[in-house]
Design a protein around this ligand. Structure first.
Ligand SMILES: NC(=O)c1ccc[n+]([C@@H]2O[C@H](COP(=O)([O-])OP(=O)(O)OC[C@H]3O[C@@H](n4cnc5c(N)ncnc54)[C@H](O)[C@@H]3O)[C@@H](O)[C@H]2O)c1
Length: 356
């Protein structure tokens, strides 16, 4: 066990909270969670670990340079894992400005604060320090029916969200090349699992199905995503932080390519078994599927080649698509209160990201 301090940005979000629960429950790290608490941030997601003396919360906006510098000074982290972001593609279509502000400007503010802090560290600590930037496979754009994204795939982002994440990846890379900051970058596929804000596909479908509401499928539902259980992502992030080579990118994926329609039908099938008392008027949850207008600029297919992280660092996912989906449905069935509380009035499951 070690007592190093990790600074996690965006720790009240879906993946950040899974990472912090994993760190507190399974390692000796101290954790500082720096989060602004936007609509997507919920401290309740940290309730299982927030009483631990190794956990500290700092309500800070990553765009606020003075506050970010204070957090570095006060907590003296040995690494930063940067997850804070505006993360929902549909919202980025309605309002790109927040995405540029947080994802691009905010990342740059963090890089500058980290660089100043790192420059002043003693030589040994300086060598150990890492800036780990957490990003998405969406920066690579869309694939045809064949092929996979590797770490050397060209960047071709298509949505304001993916363009902002691509920009932030380039900033991080440039701070390594220009200033020598010891960075790591990971690009991961679609995550699912407990504590995901109910605007994303998996929780939205579960909650709508239980309420007997339509299950919206964009276009034909034939877009393919590569699905990874969030705890597998958390384990991969820690592996990269501890063993990844400085300046390298690692792709993280689950080898679970599924169409959106397959994902929705899988969830409906699990719910048919676990909640056979269907809402009025239907005998199978699938009957609620409703095709709606496609998302503008909707990428057709993402698939990750995760060979590098397996070969170099020995990471492979522990969950299959089937086991992860069952765990996820079970969690939402048992945590209705969490869902009701995060739906605090600002979001009611309505369609976002439609132009015009
Ligand atoms: N969800 C996925 O499938 C997925 C896949 C690959 C990569 N990623 C990346 O992983 C990271 C986390 O994703 P997520 O799904 O957990 O996102 P999320 O939307 O659930 O959480 C984002 C968190 O960042 C915080 N935040 C937003 N703006 C902030 C600011 N200006 N200052 C401080 N905190 C701020 C929010 O309060 C929230 O707690 C993001 O960088 C995202 O791009 C996500």
């Amino acid at each position: 066990m070690n007592s190093k301090t990790l600074l996690i940005t965006g720790g009240a979000g879906f993946i950040g909270s899974a990472l912090i629960r994993h760190l507190i429950e399974n390692t000796g790290y101290r954790v500082v969670n720096l989060d602004k608490l936007t609509y997507a941030g919920n401290l309740e997601s940290l309730e299982p670990v927030s009483g631990d003396e190794r956990y500290v919360f700092e309500k800070v906006d990553i765009c606020d340079g003075a506050e970010v510098r204070r957090v570095f000074r006060e907590h003296q982290p040995s690494a930063i894992m940067h997850l804070a972001a505006e993360s929902h593609v549909d919202r980025s279509i309605d309002g790109p400005a927040d995405f540029i502000e947080t994802n691009v400007t905010g990342t740059t503010v963090l890089l500058e604060a980290a660089r100043a802090y790192w420059n002043d560290l003693a030589e040994g600590e300086k060598q150990q320090f890492r800036f780990h930037h957490i990003s998405t496979d969406e920066v690579y754009g869309s694939l045809g029916p064949e092929g996979m994204f590797t770490e050397s795939s060209p960047y071709q982002p298509n949505s304001p969200y993916s363009a902002s994440k691509a920009s932030s990846d380039h900033m991080v890379r440039a701070w390594h090349e220009t200033y020598g900051l010891p960075v790591l970058i990971t690009n991961c596929s679609n995550n699912y699992g407990p504590y995901q804000f109910p605007e994303k596909l998996v929780p939205l479908i579960i909650l709508n199905a239980l309420a007997g509401k339509p299950l919206p499928i964009y276009g034909r539902g034939d877009q393919i995503r590569d699905w990874l259980y969030v705890d597998d992502h958390a384990r991969a992030l820690l592996r990269v932080l501890e063993q990844g080579r400085i300046g390298e990118t690692y792709n993280i994926g689950g080898h679970n390519e599924k169409t959106n329609l397959e994902v929705v039908k899988t969830l409906c099938g699990i719910l048919d078994e676990k909640r056979p008392d269907h809402p009025q008027g239907i005998s199978r949850y699938e009957e609620l599927i409703t095709h709606v207008a496609d998302r503008p600029g909707h990428d057709q297919r993402y698939a990750i080649d995760a060979d590098k992280i397996e070969r170099e660092l020995g990471w492979v996912p522990e969950e299959t698509f089937e086991t992860g989906m069952v765990k996820t449905v079970d969690w939402y069935l048992e945590n209705d209160n969490w869902c009701q509380r995060v739906l605090d009035g600002s979001y009611r499951g309505e369609r976002l990201g439609v132009i015009g």
